[in-house]
Design a protein around this ligand. Structure first.
Ligand code: ARG
Length: 264
């Protein structure tokens, strides 16, 4: 059974702007609705997998996006090193949490920006895809390989709206994936086409804007904020079922379902 880490949105709000989605949304989060949406997502995930919680901290509104805590591989946890000062204190708290859970807490070089599983995703074949260009540094890739001894490939993000890899790419079971092409450099689109062939579904711009690629994949279920009828049916034809979980309040911060979880 898959296991995920989540963090209650007790202190969640938009009170700074570090990605384009947050622009114009300062102070605009409906907290009661955010709580309700998070709880619904939690219950949906908990119905299909096991969920652990980490304590939220005052003053760290984005801690709710546990995907950025770091990268988990077996018993290793590579703790994130955030680009923006606003999120940097989260790293210590996540590091402490994973150490207390018995993980070996690993660090990349101090100057290397790495925003965890937001920018590093394993596919069904245990290949790690590492995004860089907006948040994480490209040198994170080699440093991760040195620590984890995994096969890893680089993907270059080119549009600030798709600032983390998990906003534009989601590996699925049986070697499949969904992705949004315009988020990537031409070279990276080729790399994905080459690696996944007909098993990759390129989503439309409206689906991408609804954070369809920011999805949690558990067996044949894919939990996402919203999907078009077209995307649902494309996935259904491949034996995959979309479960929608409305996280509109978190979209105001530039995050959706997958960002609110970290597979551990
Ligand atoms: N406001 C957060 C940030 O800009 C959202 C993080 C979303 N996380 C993710 N894995 N895409 O850092």
């Amino acid at each position: 059974m898959k296991r995920f880490l989540m963090c209650e949105p007790k202190f969640f709000e938009v009170c700074y702007v570090i990605n384009p989605w947050m622009e114009g949304n300062m102070g605009k989060v409906n907290k009661a609705l955010a709580d309700k949406q998070w709880q619904h997502l939690h219950d949906t995930v908990a119905g299909l997998a096991s969920v652990s919680l980490t304590e939220p901290a005052a003053g760290l509104p984005d801690m709710v996006f546990t995907a950025n805590a770091g990268l988990v591989h077996k018993n290793d946890f590579i703790v994130a090193s955030f680009l923006h000062a606003e999120r940097q204190p989260e790293a210590k708290l996540f590091g402490q949490f994973f150490a207390a859970q018995g993980y070996r807490v690993q660090h990349l070089r101090e100057e290397t920006i790495f925003e965890g599983a937001g920018d590093a995703l394993f596919d069904a074949q245990e290949r790690l895809w590492v995004g860089s260009g907006i948040r994480s540094d490209s040198q994170a890739l080699d440093e991760i390989i040195a620590v984890l001894d995994v096969e890893a490939h680089a993907l270059e993000l080119v549009d600030p709206r798709w600032y983390h890899l998990d906003t534009a790419f989601c590996p699925l079971p049986q070697g499949r994936a969904i992705a949004y092409a315009k988020a990537f450099s031409a070279k990276s689109v080729d790399a994905l086409d080459h690696a996944f062939g007909e098993n990759i579904i390129w989503v439309s711009e409206p689906d991408a804007k609804n954070f369809a690629c920011n999805a949690i994949s558990i067996d044949r279920h894919i939990i996402m904020h919203k999907a078009s009828a077209e995307l649902k049916s494309a996935l259904k034809q491949r034996g995959l079922e979309v479960i929608e979980a409305d996280v509109s309040e978190f979209l105001k911060s530039g995050g959706a379902c997958k960002c609110l979880t970290l597979e551990i």
